[in-house]
Ligand binder design. Structure first.
Ligand SMILES: *[C@@H]1O[C@H](CO)[C@@H](O)[C@H](O)[C@H]1NC(C)=O
Ligand SMILES: *[C@@H]1O[C@H](CO)[C@@H](O)[C@H](O)[C@H]1NC(C)=O
Ligand SMILES: *[C@@H]1O[C@H](CO)[C@@H](O)[C@H](O)[C@H]1NC(C)=O
Ligand SMILES: *[C@@H]1O[C@H](CO)[C@@H](O)[C@H](O)[C@H]1NC(C)=O
Length: 496
């Protein structure tokens, strides 16, 4: 009953709050504000341009670095933060410069050095939306609000525990959203960079990501054995995980969140030149203009959601069934994590994982996650799989936070409960304030209560609003207003 009522509270609040613009806006969390002197949009910041001899570096080697003041600056246990460019690799095995943000705690946890690799969901295809830029305190990236709604829990919790944090720009220099191999390699090289630079030998690494961040994280787990077996991953947590790009495209196409499908298509094309040529060979001029709009500076998650809603991409090509074409199928079979479709051998990581998914997820298909877990379990994996019975995609992001943080803590302590693969010990009662406080401390727990009780504001941060029936999220009618409804919430989350 308790479990049921907490989830109901979360869903019932949907629809009740579409807040008008706040009188006291925190300007730096909103866009259309001048940025303070210092860093600038990655589109014009030379830090993001790889040197011509990038291939002379070893994977994970740091090419350059610079100190930053991050949005997590008020964390009392944060010592300093900095950005690095490290050598990484794209899907075609070419050397690229990857960027990551590194946060170093003051008081370091006892025992083996512990590292959280936090993957933010960028869900867009413009460098302006790179996490490294969204986590700069003075940034005016339009991604900043969305990037800082769940991150304060994971990142500030980890820093308070004395864990190191690395936040990769997993999409890389070509904005390769949903291109799994590029994302996974950049994550693994970001971890190599922090281990090398901070001299964290014999460390323990755990990964977290939700949604677009989960897609990146699951690919890092997939590529770990082949690409970076020496990276000491002890476990991973991801939720709302996209598993199969073809199903994702069909699921989203023409619907409220078709923007993510368009961004995913552009991101995947960035790593599959043959697919890109195929698409452009059949794209109408209107289709080409549409895709061009998505890659403009500061077209980030909120803009992707609101400007590309209800788009039927298949109307913009002059062939029928383009996905059945052998060129499309070749890419789709390389980019899927479904065993029944993949053209390569999917690995089965042995480290423990928590994977969760909202049953009513309207953005990422639930059934593909479930199938992935089934396949992994059949191969001998160690996975807790949690179904959030009453959540949709964004409330699922919020509802998963205490459970995910709890599991990450258990991983680092080596105390995560062993369950039969694919099952779960039970739902975390997120309404139980003392239980949440036991996981993340009383300060973060009271901040969590604000997030839990204001789902419409959480949706607002993503450029969304509650749907008419209150059961799911919808693209915001007014992006600026939706975002401004969330500013004071996010500002409060970051202040410690
Ligand atoms: C950010 O600030 C810069 C410099 O003041 C300005 O050129 C740019 O348009 C701003 N971007 C946004 C999205 O407000
Ligand atoms: C790459 O080139 C720069 C500038 O010439 C040089 O300082 C650096 O040592 C080179 N890196 C490697 C790994 O060769
Ligand atoms: C499809 O569109 C492309 C690009 O606009 C054009 O070059 C091509 O001739 C068209 N093909 C057909 C069969 O209409
Ligand atoms: C999941 O559902 C979608 C339709 O919503 C379907 O296309 C896909 O085949 C299903 N996936 C699995 C693994 O059954």
């Amino acid at each position: 009953m308790k479990l049921l009522s907490h989830s109901l509270a979360l869903t019932a609040t949907l629809g009740s709050l579409l807040v008008n613009a706040y009188p006291l806006l925190q300007p730096r969390l909103l866009s259309a504000q001048p940025v303070a002197a210092g860093f600038s949009d990655p589109n014009s910041d030379p830090f993001y341009a790889a040197p011509s001899n990038i291939s002379a570096y070893k994977k994970g080697d740091i090419v350059r670095s610079r100190a930053t003041t991050s949005t997590f600056k008020d964390n009392k246990n944060l010592d300093h933060s900095y950005q690095v460019m490290m050598r990484s690799e794209n899907t075609q095995n070419q050397a690229i410069g990857g960027v990551a943000t590194i946060l170093v705690p003051k008081k370091i946890a006892d025992g083996a050095p512990k590292i959280l690799s936090y993957q933010n969901f960028e869900d867009a295809v413009s460098l302006s939306c790179s996490p490294s830029w969204a986590y700069v305190d003075t940034s005016n990236s339009t991604a900043k609000l969305a990037a800082n709604i769940e991150a304060p829990f994971y990142v500030n919790w980890a820093i308070e525990q004395g864990y190191y944090v690395v936040i990769p720009d997993q999409e890389g220099p070509a904005n390769s959203f949903i291109a799994g191999r590029t994302e996974g390699k950049i994550i693994l090289d970001g971890i190599r960079a922090i281990i090398g630079n901070e001299k964290l030998q014999n460390s323990q690494v755990a990964l977290f990501g939700y949604s677009g961040g989960a897609h990146a994280a699951v690919w890092a787990t997939e590529l770990h054995e082949e690409y970076a077996p020496e990276v000491p991953i002890i476990g991973a947590v991801h939720g709302g995980t996209p598993i199969d790009p073809e199903h994702l495209l069909n699921f989203l196409n023409g619907g409220a969140f078709s923007g993510f499908a368009g961004a995913g298509l552009i991101g995947v094309m960035s790593q599959h030149p043959d697919l890109k040529k195929f698409v452009y060979d059949h794209l109408t001029p209107e289709g080409a203009a549409l895709l061009e709009k998505a890659v403009q500076p500061n077209v980030c998650i909120g803009e992707i959601v609101t400007q590309f809603a209800f788009v039927d991409y298949f109307k913009y090509v002059n062939i029928s069934n383009p996905l059945q074409d052998p060129i499309a199928q070749k890419t789709l079979k390389e980019e899927t994590l479904l065993k029944s479709k993949a053209s390569y051998q999917i690995s089965v990581p042995k480290f423990p994982r928590l994977i969760y998914h909202a049953l009513g997820d309207e953005v990422v298909p639930f059934n593909d996650s479930q199938q992935y877990v089934k396949d992994q379990c059949a191969g001998g994996a160690n996975i807790q799989f949690v179904t959030l019975p009453l959540a949709e995609h964004v409330t699922g992001e919020a509802e998963g936070i205490p459970m995910a943080v709890d599991y990450l803590g258990q991983l680092f302590k080596g105390t995560q409960p062993k369950v039969a693969c694919g099952t779960a010990p039970g739902l975390f009662n997120t309404g139980d304030q003392s239980k949440v406080a036991a996981v993340m401390g009383s300060d973060l727990a009271s901040k969590y209560a604000q997030v839990r009780n204001q789902p419409a504001k959480v949706q607002g941060a993503h450029g969304m609003q509650p749907s008419k029936d209150g059961k799911s999220a919808a693209p915001a009618n007014n992006l600026a207003q939706a975002k401004s409804s969330a500013v004071s919430l996010v500002q409060g989350l970051l202040g410690l």
